[in-house]
Ligand binder design. Structure first.
Ligand code: KG4
Ligand code: ZN
Length: 336
């Protein structure tokens, strides 16, 4: 009764994620982080990422199977991220997963990375079911999706420029907080006042869309002026105010979508959903409106293999045929 056993592989960016999921239970989940490799460049270098995935993938698959106490023969399927992401990085996990499935004579599922984020809450909340509105915010994408049922997605709104995670990363670099920026701003904000500086909230006239590129200009202009006038606030106050500006918009627009669709369930996925202020604000707003909130633990919000396996589990249970063998990665894949 526990459901299919799937090995999930995620290599769309700078984390090699491998997991074994049985039904909705994560039997093992291992991660090979490349953060140290990319930190000195201040961002992810595609060629460096692909090469690091090549080195990490085989031992991590072995480690995931061992930790789960599963022999590869017992797998019902192998799944890997097909896109969106860095082409070279995607090819490593997708190619490895496909070859493994082929050699084991098991079905192979190529999975949309953002659908993985959308499914991650299922691994923690058995009652997370559509219809729902889901906020997806990562380093490359930010969107609000209406899920009518699994597999049927309508993107209600998205960023018209930078992704939310990208905004965190760029602004952290500007403040000298290093890479990756999201966790750094999250930490720095701890001692800061979120209301110290009122940075602009863009696109107030578009209920579900985001724009974050103007925020950086606003922060730069503000700090230059403050420096000239000798009124420079603390870095913690600046970080907390930046975080608040991003979080405000994400929360507002998510609940605009909840109101417009009339759903009573809100999900969240993607690295930015690891942000503590965002998690608190979403919880407060959900409570106030009497809707159910499904945001999983931070380790399931950031990239991981379990979320990829979770989508494949649902595909198998719904009788969806596997990905045809000739299919390749699609770096520009887009949900809905
Ligand atoms: O989903 P993810 O792990 O990888 C992509 O698919 O891009 O998201 C990574 C993004 C990065 O931009 C990172 O700075 C951001 O998520 N992030 C955070 C936090 N943890 C990761 N942003 C804000 N607060 C955090 N605690
Ligand atoms: Zn992601």
């Amino acid at each position: 009764m526990s459901g299919p056993i799937v090995l999930g592989i995620e290599t769309s960016c700078d984390e090699t994620g491998v997991a074994v999921v049985e039904g909705s239970v994560v039997r093992s989940s291992v991660l090979g982080s490349q953060v140290d490799l990319h930190a000195r460049f201040g961002g992810v270098v595609p060629e460096v990422a692909a090469r690091a995935h090549v080195e990490a993938i085989r031992p991590l698959v072995h480690q995931a199977l061992t930790a789960a106490g599963i022999h590869s023969d017992q797998l019902d399927a192998v799944a890997a991220t097909r896109g969106p992401g860095l082409a070279g990085a995607l090819m490593v996990g997708f190619g490895f997963g496909k070859a493994l499935a082929w050699s084991l004579r098991k079905p192979f599922y190529g999975i949309d990375h953002m659908e993985g984020h959308l499914f991650a809450p299922r691994l923690e909340f058995p009652d997370y079911e559509p219809p729902a509105v889901v906020l997806l915010a990562s380093g490359g994408h930010s969107q609000i999706v209406h899920v009518a049922r699994w597999g049927v997605y309508e993107t209600l709104g998205r960023t018209i420029d930078d992704a939310a995670g990208e905004a965190f990363d760029k602004l952290a670099r500007f403040l000298g907080l290093g890479y990756p920026g999201g966790p750094a701003i999250d930490r720095e904000s701890e001692g800061g006042d979120p209301d110290a500086i009122r940075f602009p909230r863009a696109l107030a006239d578009r209920p579900f869309d985001f724009s974050f590129s103007g925020l950086k200009t606003a922060v730069v202009t503000f700090l230059e002026k403050a420096k000239r006038e000798g009124t420079l606030p603390s870095r913690a106050d600046v970080a907390a105010s930046i975080q608040e500006a991003i979080v405000d918009v994400l929360v507002d627009k998510t609940f605009n979508a909840v109101e417009a669709t009339g759903v009573d369930a809100v999900g969240g996925g993607g690295g930015v959903l690891a942000n503590r202020r965002l998690r608190t604000r979403l919880a407060e707003e959900a409570e106030r409106r009497g809707v159910r909130l499904f945001v999983p633990a931070p380790r399931l919000c950031t990239d991981n293999g379990a979320m990829i396996a979770a989508v494949a589990v649902q595909r198998i249970e719904a009788g969806v045929p596997p990905t045809p063998w000739p299919e390749d990665v699609d770096p520009g894949l887009s949900l809905g």
